[in-house]
Ligand binder design. Structure first.
Ligand code: F6P
Length: 328
C-alpha cells in the first residue's frame, strides 16, 4: 500500500481487497470507488498529487450526505477505511468514528505540517524543498538588482513551511503567524544589511503572518481579503509595497502559491508516506479504530484521532529561534 492519494477501504475477501475512494469524502457519498490493484498503483511513487482526486467536501455539513455515505459503505461492503488528509479531513474522520462508529484509521498528509501528534506530515518536505529551490533562485536576481525579494509561502495558520524553507534557503527575515511582526523592525534589519554592504535581501513570509497590533498597518478591508480561512494569501504583496515605502529599497514579491503542491515528492516524503501506509494497514488489521499513524522521533507509531484534531500544531519555538539567529 504505497503513497497514492486519499482514501482506501479494505475488504476482507480472499485476503484483503483495496478500493480507492475518489475525491475524498465526496466519493463515498457519491459511491465513486475504484479497485486499487497492484497494477493500478504501479509507477505512482514519483508522482505528486493524488491519482484518486481530492475535494474539500465535508459530509458532516450535509445531513443527507451522511445517509448516502452509510448506504455506500454497506453497498460496497467496506470493513474499514484509511483516511489520508489534513486538518479538515481528519476532523471529519474523527467525528464519523466517534459519533457514527465508522471503522476508520488515518494518515497525516498535508504540506502545512500542522497536525498534532506527529512530528511530520507527508508532503511537507517536498513543499520545503520547492521553497528552498525558489529562494536559491531568487537570490540571483535579488543580488544582481540590489532588491528586496519578498517570497510568500503557504502553511495555512502555521509557519512551518516558511521557517524550514527560509532557514534552508538562507532568508534574511522570516515572518510566521506564530510571531506577529513589526514592520519597523523588518525595515531596520533590511536597512542595516544595506549599510553593511549587503544591498539585497530575501524576506520569506507565511501566508497567515500578521503585523503586531502595536504596529498595525492593514485596513480592516485588506485584512478581510488577506486572511480568509479558506483562502489565505496576499500579505507578500502588501509587505513588499510597505518595505519599499519605508526603506526606499526597491522591493518585489513572488507568491509561490500552488507550485508548492506540485512535482515529484522528495525521497523523504516517499519513505514517510510508505511507512505511514504500512502502519495504517497494520492498524486496520489490529482494529485500532479512531487512530492515526504518526511519526515520533524516528519511529512510526499511532496516536488517537482525538489528539490529532485537538488543535493545530504551531511552529516549534526552537526552530523559530534558530531562524532568528540569522535575521538581518
Ligand atoms: O492545506 C494546504 C494548503 O495548500 C494551504 O497551505 C493553503 O492555505 C490551502 O491549502 C489552499 O487551499 P485551496 O487549495 O483550497 O486553495
Amino acid at each position: 500500500m504505497r503513497r497514492c492519494g486519499q482514501w482506501y477501504a479494505a475488504l476482507p475477501e480472499n485476503g484483503v481487497r483495496v478500493m480507492g475512494i475518489k475525491n475524498g469524502w465526496q466519493g463515498l457519498v457519491e459511491g465513486d470507488l475504484v479497485s486499487l490493484t497492484r497494477e493500478a498503483v504501479t509507477g505512482i511513487l514519483p508522482r505528486g498529487g493524488t491519482i484518486l482526486g481530492t475535494s474539500r467536501f465535508n459530509p458532516l455539513e450535509h445531513p443527507e450526505s451522511l445517509s448516502r455515505l452509510g448506504d455506500n459503505w454497506k453497498k460496497h461492503d467496506l470493513s474499514a477505511a484509511i483516511v489520508v488528509g489534513g486538518e479538515g479531513t481528519l476532523s471529519a474522520a474523527h467525528d464519523l468514528w466517534r459519533d457514527f462508529h465508522y471503522k476508520l484509521v488515518a494518515v497525516p498528509k498535508t504540506i502545512d505540517n500542522d497536525i498534532a501528534g506527529t512530528d511530520f506530515t507527508f508532503g511537507f518536505d517536498t513543499a520545503v524543498s520547492i521553497v528552498t529551490d525558489a529562494v536559491d533562485r531568487l537570490h540571483s536576481t535579488a543580488e544582481s538588482h540590489h532588491r528586496v525579494m519578498v517570497v510568500e509561502v503557504m502553511g495555512r495558520h502555521t509557519g512551518w513551511i516558511a521557517a524550514f524553507g527560509g532557514i534552508a534557503g538562507g532568508a534574511d527575515v522570516i515572518l510566521v503567524p506564530e510571531h506577529p511582526f513589526r514592520l519597523s523592525r523588518v525595515c531596520e534589519l533590511l536597512e542595516a544589511r544595506k549599510r553593511d554592504g549587503r544591498a539585497f535581501s530575501i524576506v520569506v513570509v507565511a501566508e497567515d503572518a500578521h503585523p503586531a497590533v502595536e504596529e498595525e498597518f492593514l485596513s480592516e478591508e485588506i485584512k478581510q481579503n488577506l486572511y480568509r480561512h479558506d483562502r489565505l494569501g496576499g500579505i507578500g504583496g502588501v509587505l513588499a509595497y510597505e518595505i519599499e515605502r519605508c526603506t526606499g529599497i526597491e522591493a518585489r514579491v513572488t507568491k509561490l502559491g500552488y507550485v508548492q503542491r506540485g512535482g515529484s515528492p522528495t525521497a523523504y516524503d516517499r519513505v514517510l508516506a510508505t511507512r505511514f501506509g504500512v502502519k495504517a494497514y497494520e492498524m486496520v488489521l489490529a482494529g485500532e479504530w479512531g487512530h492515526m499513524a504518526a511519526l515520533r522521533g524516528n519511529k512510526i507509531t499511532s496516536v488517537s484521532l482525538a489528539e490529532a484534531v485537538s488543535g493545530i500544531k504551531r511552529l516549534d519555538e526552537d526552530v523559530y529561534k534558530v531562524a532568528e539567529v540569522f535575521f538581518g
